[in-house]
Ligand binder design. Structure first.
Ligand SMILES: NC(=O)c1ccc[n+]([C@@H]2O[C@H](COP(=O)([O-])OP(=O)(O)OC[C@H]3O[C@@H](n4cnc5c(N)ncnc54)[C@H](O)[C@@H]3O)[C@@H](O)[C@H]2O)c1
Ligand SMILES: [Zn+2]
Length: 357
């Protein structure tokens, strides 16, 4: 069982007594994790631990933690003896609605986000919303970015629900309103799995609705040297994508503002000085390489429906106008907020992911 120091300090006792009650040999390892340690060396370390235990083919790796933990453990499990089982216990919201429920694992290489990885389905995923109680508000917001991604491409009702109760769900760390907390997580997982199941190994098509918010965000994460966290980068990406859709007349300005407005209301960032036109063009180049020669930008048409765009319309002029539009929306949203709660609006400083509250 692999976990991080933070999760160990919160749940170590429960985890070790759970392990102690199991039959057979087991080992509990606390490894320093985090995005900066999401690299091959950490995967190797997990493989070495397994080798030292002489883990056999019936062995099982268990990941208890956030997306970084499950990405590393998944990758290690795919390689140990050419593939052993693993179990995931996602303890973050991103883990529960996204990283923990898919079949992928990956780590960063040479500063490139998720450059090496695998498809390796878990033997099981244990989901318990109670873990979310100990998360930081920032981590909850990040998970909401992935939930909003699914709502934007597939589910207008889920979006409307988050407009109604998102602020309370953030404040209560998804514990109250109980039913909303439960159903928002469930629905987000259902939508995600329905999409993933159609093309689990991503070989049938490079058009994936779940890539919403994941075109400009990897470059933003890389350019910040991973100081801008995944969920924050996804939020900034989605805001820009809505602005691109509005610029092209694919999405109404009303809907684009509504979406960006909810990001702001929930305390997610919508812009970053690091996301320049130049960075966007870099992102497009690298995504085209990843998506087999096509951009396939998941572009919203309204809240709950999206289409795919190729690289031709992504001119310097369009990107510049869209970035300016996000800034204008953001300014407008601030000016109509009479008494903004101080923590509801965040800007990402250059190379600094610490919330500037
Ligand atoms: N493989 C995939 O399909 C996939 C999908 C989405 C995201 N990801 C990856 O997931 C990562 C982001 O995941 P994340 O946001 O979970 O980050 P993370 O794994 O770094 O966890 C964030 C922090 O929360 C702490 N933590 C975990 N559970 C906690 C709890 N219950 N209470 C308090 N603290 C807790 C962790 O120790 C860590 O410091 C990124 O690297 C991203 O690329 C992968
Ligand atoms: Zn993501």
């Amino acid at each position: 069982m692999i976990t991080s120091p933070t999760v160990h300090s919160l749940y170590g006792e429960a985890l070790t007594s759970l392990l102690a009650s199991q039959q057979g040999a087991h080992q509990y390892e606390v490894l320093p994790l985090g995005e900066a340690r999401k690299h091959m060396r950490t995967v190797e370390r997990v493989c070495e631990l397994a080798a030292r235990m002489k883990l056999d083919r019936r062995g099982l790796l268990v990941a208890v933690g956030g997306g970084v933990c499950s990405d590393i453990v998944t990758f290690a499990a795919s390689m140990i003896r050419r593939g052993i089982d693993h179990l995931r216990i996602p303890t973050t919201l991103i883990g529960q609605v996204d990283a923990g429920i898919g079949i992928k694992g990956a780590v960063n290489l040479q500063g490139l986000k998720s450059f090496v990885g695998c498809f390796h389905p878990p033997a099981g995923v244990l989901l318990d919303r109670a873990f979310l109680q100990s998360l930081s508000i920032h981590a909850i917001r990040e998970g909401l970015a992935e939930v909003l991604k699914m709502a934007l491409v597939r589910d207008a009702e889920l979006f409307a629900r988050l407009e109604r109760c998102g602020t309370q769900l953030v404040a209560s760390r998804f514990q109250t309103p109980t039913l909303d907390g439960e159903q928002v997580v469930d629905q987000s997982i259902r939508l995600m799995l329905a999409e993933l199941q159609q093309n689990p190994f991503e070989d049938l098509s490079s058009q994936r609705l779940v890539d919403m918010g994941h075109t400009f965000s990897p470059t933003l994460e890389e350019r910040s040297r991973f100081r801008i966290s995944h969920g924050d980068a996804v939020a900034v990406d989605m805001a820009l994508t809505c602005a691109i859709a509005a610029e092209l007349g694919l999405m109404s300005i009303h809907d684009a503002k509504r979406f960006i407005g909810l990001l702001v209301q929930l305390g997610l960032p919508v812009a970053s000085p690091l996301l320049t036109v130049d960075a966007c063009r870099d992102a497009i180049r690298s995504v085209v390489a990843h998506r087999r020669g096509h951009l396939n930008l998941v572009t919203p048409m309204r809240i709950g429906a999206a289409t795919f765009l190729d690289q031709e319309p992504m001119t310097h002029r369009l990107l510049k106008a869209a970035l300016a539009r996000v800034t204008a929306f953001e300014r407008e949203l601030h000016s109509i907020t009479v008494t903004p709660p101080k923590s509801s609006v965040r800007f990402l400083e250059t190379g600094n992911a610490t919330p500037a509250l």
